[in-house]
Ligand binder design. Structure first.
Ligand code: WTA
Length: 658
């Protein structure tokens, strides 16, 4: 293309506010029925049998939805099924034993492909191993593993024997592992010796061992040997080698345990308003039906596809859209161990070309990095195999959307901007790629059967053009059932704000702000609680604060998110030291270390700002909004209502200095 034509195209793209899905896409789309939302509304909740029908049930369910103990809703009650049988056995029985189920690429370029037959064999062997170690139905097994195939294998092995898994993101610290294992009373851990990051072998086992020292009682531990001789593969007490176990049980048949639809499939700890992570409980029938249905309807996954969600399985996106949804549909799901810029910034595009990837799903923060690196990297590769693109995790700015559309999708792939949460299990607000017009920056209308409504502070729906709070006014199959062993907190966190318990009217509040437009599209504005979103990772500011006040010499701390070009938000920490302590460089390092030890490098502060005082209102409340504005370099509003307006300038000067 000539430079001139290129410039004109850019200008046209920049102005274009809406995009139609390409006709070639629509023709082949899994869902192209324009009346689907109306139909789901009319048939609700029976519409969700469409999702349940994607699964194979051992016993049919009696009711689609049981609302008798709302908001403790139950879905597909009376039904029985096994998630691993749905993800593996039925595809093998369908004659697809030799189709690739997982295609894995290590950071150093090693590859492994597991067919559905291979995957089933290894899942059975590991399921038998877990049983031998004493794991029984309903025992929680913690999986502290990076992006290696043994992670989904262990998840499916747990599912096979009815043992809920609790995956702890490998980037989380030893302390974070210990907190989660203790909260779940988990007596089993699967981890590994180490893994690669930017070519370096990281010692993961050391972190796991440190975490285990913070857990009471004996924990049976299985260690995957990822690095071979790179690191000393020292097992220690109560530890077993994954490879030995699997070899020993090779060929063992493990019948999938028939689980009640409402039996727990897994727990996932996530950040909330208070310091303690919340154990989000997902069950077998509703979750699997919902992830399968949304994978099919929104990501347009077909069994013949090579599908790649470039998230980490340690977060909900990976659970729902690398493992359960895609495998339930019998597609080929890709996994990549490393970072997108190792050894070069073209790694992802190289993988797409090499594997002829059809569908690619990633986070806006990644797209903003790709933009920054420049178009020369994707331009080196043939990306024409792509049919659909997706984003998740945070709002996407229209510029990044358009860049993705043009430079990755070649202007011929629809983009789905999917809003959802750990708690929702699967996607909630997004366009249907074969049905809806796309509007960059706006996630889209609610999915069929999902009653997502933007309301004002009084709970009334807002008018078109107005902003308010996102709510979900009807239950959906993928929803969390409760917070593990904490029904009270479940009610408090999600249902108190807008529900009317006396009238038995229950409204779910996800803690996001949102705006409604004329066409009923929802633009998600971000969290309205103390959760921040750093590179698509959900972090609790309270958790970070408590880590900082745990550092000796620190008296008080406030943590906020400041806007960041690539990360979306970055961690800004305002720290008050105890009398007699100096704001030295080593103090700054200790604060950073304190956060990394308590949570992990993902929560590493962008800035540590020492201040003698925090800006407070006359009633003594910390003015967080002001701290956010300072961190974001935004114009500050009226500070005259502060008890101590003079501290603002001091703090501001420090931030701009850096
Ligand atoms: C944010 C990740 C805008 C939101 C699946 C939500 C988004 C939180 C989007 C959940 C999106 C997720 N547009 N914001 N498309 N997707 N979010 O639990 O604030 O890690 O509440 O689940 O991410 O984060 P979580």
């Amino acid at each position: 293309m000539s430079d001139q034509a290129e410039v004109e195209l850019e200008a046209r793209l920049e102005e274009q506010e809406s995009f139609e899905p390409p006709a070639s896409f629509v023709e082949q789309a899994n869902v192209h029925d324009e009346g689907i939302r109306e139909r789901f509304d009319e048939e609700w909740p029976e519409c969700w049998t469409e999702a349940a029908d994607l699964l194979t049930w051992d016993e049919p369910y009696e009711d689609v939805l049981d609302e008798s103990d709302a908001p403790f809703y139950e879905w597909f009650t009376g039904g029985r099924l096994n998630a691993s049988a749905n993800c593996l056995d039925r595809h093998v029985e369908d004659g697809r034993k030799n189709q690739a189920a997982i295609k894995w690429e290590g950071e150093l370029g090693e590859t492994r492909t597991y067919t559905y037959g291979d995957l089933l064999n290894e899942v059975e062997a590991f399921a038998a191993s877990l049983r031998e170690l004493g794991v029984e139905e309903d025992d929680v097994v913690t999986l502290y593993l990076p992006m290696i195939p043994e992670l989904p294998i262990a998840m499916l092995a747990c599912a096979r024997i009815g043992a809920p898994h609790s995956v702890v993101f490998a980037g989380f610290s030893a302390d974070a592992l210990a907190t989660r294992m203790t909260a779940a009373e988990s007596e089993y851990l699967v981890t590994c010796d180490g893994y690669y990051r930017r070519g370096d072998a990281l010692n993961h086992k050391e972190k796991a061992d440190k975490g285990l020292r913070g857990v009471e009682g004996d924990v049976e531990t299985v260690v995957v040997d990822r690095l071979g001789d790179e690191l000393n593969h020292f097992l220690g007490q109560h530890a077993h080698d994954y490879g030995d176990l699997v070899d020993e049980h090779e060929g063992t048949t493990v019948e999938p345990v028939s689980r009640d639809a409402e039996d727990m499939l897994f727990l996932m700890y996530t950040s909330g308003t208070t310091g303690e992570p919340k154990g989000v409980k997902h069950t077998t029938g509703g979750y699997l039906a919902y992830t399968a249905w949304t994978s099919r309807a929104v990501l347009d996954v077909e069994p013949e596809d090579t599908y790649w969600c470039a998230a980490d399985i340690g977060w909900i996106t990976g659970h729902s859209y690398i493992v359960y949804g895609p495998l339930a549909l019998g597609t080929t799901t890709m996994m990549y161990e490393g970072t997108p810029d190792y050894p070069e910034r073209d790694r992802l595009w190289e993988l797409i070309e090499k594997n002829r990837v059809d569908i690619f799903y990633t986070a806006p923060t990644a797209i903003r990095s790709f933009m920054k690196w420049g178009t020369e990297y994707p331009e080196r590769y043939d990306l024409s195999s792509l049919r659909l693109l997706g984003t998740v995790g945070e709002p996407i700015n229209p510029r990044a959307w358009k860049w993705y559309y043009k430079h990755i999708g070649g202007e011929s792939c629809p983009i789905v901007d999917t809003w959802w949460q750990t708690e929702t299990g699967g996607m909630m607000v997004t366009t249907l790629p074969g049905v809806d017009t796309m509007k960059p920056g706006s996630a889209g209308p609610p999915l069929p059967g999902v009653d997502a409504t933007v309301v004002d502070t009084g709970g009334e729906p807002v008018e078109a053009g107005e902003a308010g709070y996102l709510t979900v006014q009807k239950p959906w199959p993928g929803m969390l059932r409760t917070l593990y062993r904490n029904d009270e907190r479940f009610l408090d966190e999600y249902w108190r704000e807008y529900s009317d318990p006396d009238a038995d009217e229950w409204v779910y509040f996800p803690e996001d702000g949102a705006k409604l437009d004329e066409d009923g599209y929802i633009t998600v504005l971000g969290r309205v609680d103390d959760v921040i979103n750093v590179s698509g990772h959900r972090l609790g500011t309270m958790e970070i604060e408590s880590a900082i006040v745990g550092v000796s010499g620190v008296a008080e701390a406030a943590v906020v998110g400041g806007t960041h070009d690539v990360k979306g938000e970055a961690v800004y920490t305002y720290v008050i030291l105890e009398d007699g302590q100096d704001p030295t460089e080593s103090m700054r390092e200790r604060v950073i270390e304190g956060v990394e030890d308590a949570i992990g490098p993902i929560a590493r502060p962008e800035e540590v700002i020492f201040t003698p005082e925090l800006p407070k209102t006359r009633s003594g409340k910390i003015m967080r909004r002001l701290l956010e504005d300072i961190a974001s370099g935004a114009e500050l509003g009226d500070t005259s209502t502060l008890r101590n307006p003079e501290v603002v300038e001091d703090i501001q000067a420090q931030v701009t200095e850096d």
